[in-house]
Design a protein around this ligand. Structure first.
Ligand code: ME8
Length: 645
């Protein structure tokens, strides 16, 4: 492989579900790696996309009365929109319904067939539609359930083409053995090895009981089969590069880093390399499997209503803060629990106190001592000890990122920040100034500025905009050249005048998301619930009802909240001495100007909350269905502040 190229992939996401925090996690790690390779100057190709065929999608579309293609178009669009909103730096967004992909898959099938790796037979076994996976009877849970997701499986008996996976068992074991870091983290690799050692059975790779899939190549003249969705899906990693057609980007193969969740590691570390060997293509350098995000220790699922919507988190707390949190909070490969409190702690403490505050301190000190001029002139002479400590950490730190240990990578960068904060405390530049040692004080400020610059460069793959703001204030750019200069060659910054910029991480006092457990706002086929009353149905007394103060308000002002495509900032007259500020998530449904001088119904005694840093002193009542949202208003105009009840 050419070391100056990099190819990064995410799994392609099923279009039966809108994006959630787990999808965002995989995509953010992949984006971080792509940005890191670019920073190193590698020609990088970053792929993501959607997985649109198979029985699961066919059934999901049918239950909504839609055609699979229509349905796939809509959900695929939502993934793409979210990744664009999140500034994910993908180079290609593939859809498995793309004509080029279908062609490439058929070419690959033909090649494997000609090679003798595919034969026709009959499949009898159990199938989990939710996981799109075949199981034998002995693998089932309690004789029926899918061992991966627990849902009931179906007994399937149908004619099928098989891939001779069993032929690849020894070759796969050799790969794991010879290529130490082919599967990351190592613990996960050991799980794969034990699975393969138990023996591999040939894999059924076509289905005849439904239609929504890629047809076999015409040369096989067998119309009734469609490809098994995992064969179709895995091949996206090469069809996206032009496999089977122009091959215009095949020079990026083999992939440098393929990110997956632990649930789909088996497909990527066993089937995928076996298919590649059959196609005479080299194997990926690394397949990295991360753990699950849970909520209060439970796996997230729509039926439990505990799924975290990544856009809501990013809107409330800032995209880059969210990126930092996800990569810092959980060791790669392990499960992690999402909590707003942990996120707020990370923002206030790691980002605010330890990172952002360093910039404030540099601005403050240089403002007082040298009219914002910063020099590295005496840094080497006076601070060789600190520089050596910094370099000792930085010399090792990138290995951690290359092994996807993002939490340890960030932990080490924060150790470097601690050296800077520690140096300020130890050297007391304010005392130096008082004692006339201007040179000593300026050298200290120079040291801290150089440390912050290096950390900013290395943190830029995770927090690109934040790093850019710091670099701009310090008059340098985050580029491959600056990475080479300040990180690889360890040069010091040229003298510069620092720009005063506002604090990067304003303190967050309380939970900002409107609902503690935001759920996905996706239409769901309704399942009838029995015994337990739902939230809407639970019985309250009249006294409990009157604990809520509902009032009529008149909207005096309405403006958009910057950087949010959901929120409007309203000034609402409730008949009090001053209008109240209310932040409402209604921007998708109302233009600000159409709200002015209209009346609404307000929950007036809610505890005030901060939403995206803005105080919200109430909540508007609204009803929502599949056609959108409507505000609750009085039938006739009422005096502002009138009670509702
Ligand atoms: O499996 N925590 O697609 P998918 C962390 N189409 N990550 C999670 C998660 C959670 N709670 N839930 C999902 C598929 N993920 C196939 C892939 S690739 C050729 C085909 C992440 O929509 C995790 O990366 O079910 C998982 O692997 C991916 O979403 C699966 O997304």
């Amino acid at each position: 492989m050419n070391n100056n190229k990099a190819y990064v992939t995410t799994p392609i996401y099923y279009v039966n579900d809108v994006p959630h925090i787990g999808h965002a996690y995989t995509t953010i790690i992949a984006d971080t790696m792509a940005r890191y390779y670019r920073l190193q100057g590698k020609e990088t190709f970053f792929l993501t996309g959607t997985d649109e065929h198979g029985q699961k999608i066919e059934e999901a579309a049918k239950s909504r009365g839609r055609s699979p293609q229509e349905y796939a178009d809509e959900i695929s669009g939502k993934f793409r929109e979210l990744w664009d909103y999140f500034d994910i730096s993908y180079d290609k967004f593939i859809r498995t319904t793309d004509a080029d992909h279908k062609l490439g898959v058929q070419k690959a099938f033909e090649k494997m067939f000609e090679k003798g790796d595919i034969y026709k037979g009959e499949y009898e076994g159990y199938y989990c539609v939710s996981c799109e996976t075949f199981f034998t009877e002995t693998q089932l849970m309690d004789g029926e359930g899918c061992p991966d997701c627990g849902k009931p499986t179906k007994l399937v008996k149908e004619e099928s083409y098989f891939f001779r996976l069993s032929n690849y068992q020894e070759k796969l074991l050799k790969w794991y053995n010879e290529d130490e870091r082919c599967v990351l983290p190592k613990g996960k690799k050991n799980e794969v090895i034990s699975f393969v050692k138990q023996g591999l059975r040939d894999l059924s790779i076509t289905r005849t009981s439904f239609d929504w899939g890629i047809k076999l190549p015409a040369s096989l003249n067998d119309e009734k089969h469609v490809m098994y969705v995992w064969l179709d899906a895995l091949l996206n990693y090469i069809t996206a590069l032009g496999y089977g057609k122009e091959e215009e980007n095949m020079h990026f193969w083999p992939a440098t880093m393929q990110l997956v969740g632990k649930d789909i590691l088996r497909f990527h570390a066993i089937y995928w390399p076996a298919f590649l060997m059959s196609l005479d293509l080299p194997l990926p350098k690394h397949v990295g499997a991360h753990g699950w995000w849970t909520r209060n220790g439970e796996k997230m699922s729509k039926s439990k209503g505990n799924v975290v919507n990544p856009k809501e988190v990013a809107d409330a707390y800032g995209l880059e803060n969210f990126r930092y949190f996800m990569l810092r909070e959980v060791p790669f490969g392990q499960d992690g629990d999402f909590s707003q409190k942990a996120l707020i702690d990370r923002i206030n403490s790691d980002l605010g106190n330890e990172f952002g505050n360093l910039l404030n301190r540099i601005i403050g000190m240089s403002g007082k001592y040298s009219d914002f001029k910063i020099t590295s002139q005496d840094v080497k002479a006076l601070h060789v000890k600190e520089l050596n400590e910094v370099e000792a950490i930085l010399n090792e730190v990138e290995t951690k990122l290359n092994e996807l240990q993002t939490n340890r990578y960030l932990e080490d960068l924060w150790k470097v920040l601690a050296i800077a904060n520690g140096a300020i405390t130890a050297h007391e530049p304010w005392t130096k100034i008082k004692n006339g040692d201007t040179k000593g004080a300026l050298a200290l400020v120079g040291l801290v500025a150089n440390i912050l610059a290096r950390v900013s460069i290395l943190v830029s793959p995770i927090m690109p905009q934040t790093a850019k703001k710091i670099a701009n204030a310090m008059q340098f750019e985050i580029t491959t050249q600056s990475y080479e200069k300040y990180i690889l060659n360890k040069e010091l910054l040229e003298d510069f005048v620092i720009e005063k910029i506002p604090p990067l991480f304003p303190k967050i006092e309380e939970e900002l998301m409107e609902t503690p457990e935001p759920t996905l706002k996706q239409e769901e086929p309704k399942e009838k619930k029995k015994e337990t009353p739902t939230k809407e149905e639970s019985i309250i007394t009249i006294d409990q009802f009157f604990q809520t103060s509902l009032k009529i308000g008149t909207i005096l002002e309405a403006t958009e909240v910057a950087n949010s495509d959901r929120l409007l900032q309203l000034k609402v007259d409730l008949g009090e001495s001053e209008p109240r500020q209310i932040i409402a998530g209604i921007k998708e449904y109302y233009a600000p100007q159409e709200l002015i001088n209209t009346q609404v119904c307000v929950v007036a005694n809610l505890k005030p909350a901060k939403i995206m840093g803005l105080l919200s002193q109430g909540m508007l009542l609204a009803a929502k269905d599949k056609d959108g949202l409507a505000l609750m208003r009085p039938e006739k105009p009422k005096t502002s502040g009138s009670s509702v009840g």
